[in-house]
Structures are given as structure tokens and as C-alpha cells.
Design a protein around this ligand. Structure first.
Ligand code: ZN
Ligand code: ZN
Length: 134
């Protein structure tokens, strides 16, 4: 099983994920835009038991970040951990998104990822061609 390491920019928060992620996606929603200060987030989900972390990550709005350097790191619940893949030591990562969320917020100069599921909003909401759900 392959272990991958990640950390915040200053190194105070570190983590490890073990094995392959359950799924890999990107999200263009307003929360992800504002939180990251960028156009979208790139993340992957592991079972919580395949994730461990050291250091102090502060929780805000369900998401954890390093209080020293501000790097956005991960969030987790009792079952799964969602990792912001830009914090992995590997750059580029070996992962490719298989779905995109909130494509209605996608910058118009960004092309859809070929072969990736396109979700108008969250995963359970499917876009009907030519018909906005909002
Ligand atoms: Zn840090
Ligand atoms: Zn989002």
C-alpha cells in the first residue's frame, strides 16, 4: 500500500494518507473559491482510517487549516477525510478528477475535464441540458 505525505506551507500540520483515494474531484462552489482564494479546489476522499495527522489544525466552517501559515488542509467526519490535494508532497499528484462540482460557478475560460462527471451543483443534483436548476 502506498503512503503519501502532506503538510501545510510552514510544516506545522502534517498528515499521511494510505492507499488509493475513494474518489477525486474538483469543486467550483463559492465556499471553495472564497476559502482557497482561487477559482476551484482539487480534493480527494479517503476512508478516515486511512488518514492520520499531527500538529494543530484549526476548524472553521467544517474545514481545517493551519493557524500559523493559513494553508487550507482537510476536513473529516467519522467516516471520511477530504484532503486538499495541493497540500500533498507530490506535485503534480498522480490523481485525476473524475467529477466536477458546481460547474455553474466555473470560470468561463476553464474547459470541462474530459471524461469527468459534470454536476451543475452538488453531486446529487444533475444538470438537465439547457435548464438551470437555480
Ligand atoms: Zn502551517
Ligand atoms: Zn466547493
Amino acid at each position: 500500500m502506498i503512503n503519501r505525505l502532506g503538510s501545510c506551507r510552514c510544516g506545522q500540520v502534517k498528515y499521511e494518507v494510505r492507499g488509493a483515494p475513494k474518489r477525486v474531484g474538483i469543486c467550483h462552489c463559492k465556499d471553495c473559491r472564497t476559502e482557497s482564494g482561487s477559482a476551484f479546489t482539487f480534493f480527494a476522499i479517503w476512508a478516515l482510517r486511512e488518514f492520520s495527522t499531527t500538529g494543530e489544525a484549526v476548524l472553521h466552517g467544517g474545514r481545517r487549516f493551519c493557524p500559523k501559515c493559513g494553508s487550507r488542509m482537510f476536513s473529516y467526519d467519522e467516516a471520511e477525510a477530504e484532503i486538499k490535494l495541493g497540500t500533498l508532497a507530490d506535485a503534480p499528484t498522480p490523481y485525476r478528477p473524475t467529477y466536477e462540482l458546481w460547474v455553474k460557478r466555473r470560470e468561463p475560460w476553464l474547459a470541462p475535464i474530459e471524461g469527468a462527471e459534470q454536476h451543475w451543483e452538488d453531486r446529487h443534483v444533475r444538470r438537465v441540458d439547457g435548464e438551470a436548476t437555480e
